[in-house]
Design a protein around this ligand. Sequence first.
Ligand code: AMP
Length: 546
Amino acid sequence: MAMQRTPLLMSRLIDRGAELAPNVEIVTATASGTRRHTYAESRNRAHQLAHALADAGVGIGDRVGTFMWNGSRHLEAYHAVAGMGAVLHTLNIRLSAHDLEYIINHAEDKVIIADADALPLLEAIAGRIPSVQKVVVAVEDGFEDWHTTVAPAEDYEAFIAGKPTRYEWPAIAETAPLGLCYTSGTTGRPKGVEYEHRSQYLHTMAICMTDSMGLSATDAVCGIVPMFHVMGWGMPWAGLMLGCKQVMPHRFMDPARILRLMADEGVTLSAGVPTIWQGVKAAYEANPSGYDLSQLSRLTCGGAAPPPSLIRWYWDALGVEMIQGWGMTETSPLATLSRRVMQRAHIDLSPDEQSANVAKAGQVMPGLELGIFDDDFNRLPHDGEAVGEILVRGPWICAEYYQNPQPDSFHDDWLITGDVGKIDADGYVIISDRSKDLVKSGGEWISSVDLENHIVALPGVAQACVVAQPHPRWGERPVALVILDDGADVPEARILEHCATAFAKWQLPDDVLHVKDIPLTSTGKMDKKTVRAGLAAEGYKLPSLR
Ligand code: AMP
């Protein structure tokens, strides 16, 4: 009889840290300081949560939503849901009620585990998410008086209390889903990306490699990137597998508080978007003797390109290596990573040259294939000159969207990323532009097409064009150009008020400019490249547009 291959299940990894490092701590920031659990406690609690979820009717393949900050209970949810073979659907706390309602209904979440402070956002869609049978509420100091009418609700601690501390993780197929995360599309509603056990297992191994993030059991890791973004970039899984100390900021995202937490807990590696590291730099410079960051050695930065000056500052001022990562919700997320030195030939490069390496998006992760292609999907050379659309494929790259076919997003078995760039002779990917019509502000997406469609629905508006403009704090912010019907008078305030009915406050355009015409491409589409460049160059004062 042929030997059965061992399936690559996350249940083989998630208890390992607790077995090898039972006394290592998982630390969560709270209003008054920190809450601390050991890995042994955390594992027991995760297994109890699995029992409680099973008792509440959650079976293999059922979706469990989380509506939570980074904290120990969110980690327990990762652990429990993956172990029991259910699907962890991480809900983005920053979405509009409109998108949240769509996503929960599309995924048919059965149970939602929510932080008490986030409940008002869920309450806004009460009565409109019929699949949700139960809400489990994680209560932090100051939120004891929580209230929800979304579904029958129970306090998290009461929910898990008294349950057995061992759950027999089921044997399921390695291709079974374990996670679900929705991403903003250029048009239409958010699209779900489903992660398999096999893909996350391999991704977890890959991110730990020395030439990746070089994660070790000796690390104290602090994920600033929300755990509702692409499985927290894989750090929760890596931590559970290795038994690293894990430090979690919960809702306390103020840069000075993040710095205090990292210093007090001896964090060695952290991960977040450039906006976070800009803020942390400013907070450090405001009080340079206030924080002992001597333990910190690496900062993984992705979601947008970190400015070279920022990379340089962390190295020069703190001796901290920034590691740039490029990826997407669809790529689990890490597809390329860049370190100062990750090739033998680079050992003797000057410090400037090594910093320049990190300013590139990086080398493709082992196991993935990545290329640049022209409009007819012909491969372009990796010569540092040719610029093309980036396509990627491999075991942790999504091949379809969850119950939402999108043939235009794939070519054969390649994912069309919507990013444009070149690849140099050393194999480093350099992102130069984006073909997808989206704005990324502080690591979160805003769909320009959705904003445009919404704005033109307003009586008196003839045409709208929303483009990204560079912003020193947020990376990009949306600006809307609007052409009004002849004789119409629709002031900026009215347009913003109208947008606020469907979009979150941070998604509203920073500026609404009334213009006479909008440049078009040869095929008659709005020429956003020209608009973007023109606005940036002219500081919004394009005479041809005014
Ligand atoms: P998300 O699906 O929200 O993780 O966003 C993925 C997108 O963010 C990519 O397709 C890029 O457009 C952008 N992005 C991610 N990492 C980088 C990076 N290192 N440099 C430039 N853009 C990035």
